[in-house]
Design a protein around this ligand. Structure first.
Ligand code: TXA
Ligand code: MG
Length: 333
């Protein structure tokens, strides 16, 4: 038998049938396994198993008040966990499978572990479209709770190398599926109130969502530090690289490296020299990880237009640039 690839005690599984079957078995045994989705890598556990879910919070160092997203294989599976309004059905039909999370009221008898929802009467659900995530959900035959597979408050992972660098030996396995297609987390829409609210900008733009809904979404993206965020991913300091970030920079000052966008000169890395926002979204976390591991202390970032995917990119950049309560010095990843 081939020796199993390992980093510390973390197994590295292939994205083929064997790797996926092994990952599904680990999940059934109550283990935690990272896997690629089209947005970012998720850290998965059986969403019905309280101990397995507790292991996710422990591995990430995630506050227990911050609920997890539940991944399901299709609309039927989502309906067995939640109560879906006509608006929810319209969004699900338009964007699932894909990078959209819907926050919906829990259905009676849902069977989810209480800590998945952090005790809330609602749950965030999504049907991912990445082939490995879909195959894992098929093989596991149940709901998988999965936050992004990074230490709490740090940059989300878009490759298995990022997962291993962030959580070395703290998780049972990771499925290697290469780079994530979208590169930014899912958009989150809260449908528990009278009007749909955008809790997090992401892979599906606000314009795409409001076209399907026939109404504009209210936007909670600007909550202040004091306000209790309705989605803790909205906390101001999040997605933090080790390096300091300066946004909307025309050029790098001494001591800074430039993360460019568009045809700028002197960029250390360029999110998209052609100024393509989808390309920039795919590259954003990868390039922040790269500049961090190259030891950059300060990163200047070119202006990104505040439209389409640029809204989600700027949201992540603003959070990455925000002061970081609790992170006082360079934290090893
Ligand atoms: O693209 C994604 O959404 C990735 C992949 C792995 O699916 N997952 C992800 O999970 O980004 P996470 O845990 O890093 O972010 C989930 C966000 C958190 O900000 C959490 O507070 C919010 O979703 N959330 C989850 N359930 C919620 C609920 N019932 N009400 C409000 N916010 C909720
Ligand atoms: Mg996250």
């Amino acid at each position: 038998m081939k020796p199993q690839a390992m980093v510390g005690t973390t197994k590295i599984l292939g994205g083929d049938k064997t790797g996926i079957a092994r990952a599904a078995t680990l999940l059934r045994e109550g283990r935690i396994v990272a896997f690629p989705t089209e947005t970012v890598y998720g850290l998965g556990a059986d969403a019905r198993d309280e101990n397995a879910v507790a292991a996710i919070y422990a591995a990430k160092g995630r506050p227990s008040v911050n609920p997890l997203i539940v991944h399901v294989k299709d609309l039927d599976a989502a309906q067995s966990l939640t109560v879906m309004s006509p608006a929810a059905m319209r969004l699900a039909e338009a964007f699932w499978p894909g990078p959209l999370t819907l926050v919906l009221p829990l259905r009676l008898g849902h069977g989810l572990a209480p800590s998945v929802t952090a005790g809330l009467p609602s749950v965030g659900v999504r049907v991912p479209d990445a082939p490995i995530a879909r195959a894992l959900l098929e093989a596991f035959e149940g709901p998988i709770a999965a936050p992004s597979a990074n230490p709490s408050g740090r940059i989300s992972p878009t490759s298995s190398a990022h997962v291993l660098a962030g959580l070395p030996g703290r998780i049972d396995a990771v499925i290697d599926g290469g780079k994530c297609r979208v590169g930014l987390e899912s958009s989150i829409v809260d449908l528990t109130g009278h009007h749909p609210r955008l809790l997090r900008a992401g892979g599906i733009t606000s314009d795409q969502l409001s076209t399907v809904l026939g109404e504009r979404l209210s936007d909670d993206g600007n909550v202040t530090e004091d306000a209790k965020p309705s989605s803790p991913g909205q906390m101001t300091s999040h997605y933090a690289p080790n390096a300091k970030l300066r946004l909307n920079a025309a050029h790098a000052n001494p001591g800074e490296v430039l993360l460019g966008f568009g045809p700028v000169e002197g960029a250390e890395l360029n999110l998209s020299a052609e100024a393509d926002l989808a390309v920039a979204a795919t590259n954003l976390f990868e390039m922040l990880h790269q500049l961090d591991s190259n030891g950059a202390l300060a990163i200047a970032v070119s202006p990104i237009p505040e439209s389409g995917l640029g809204i989600a990119i700027n949201d992540r950049l603003r959070r990455a640039a925000a002061p970081r309560p609790g992170i006082t010095s360079k934290t090893p990843n």
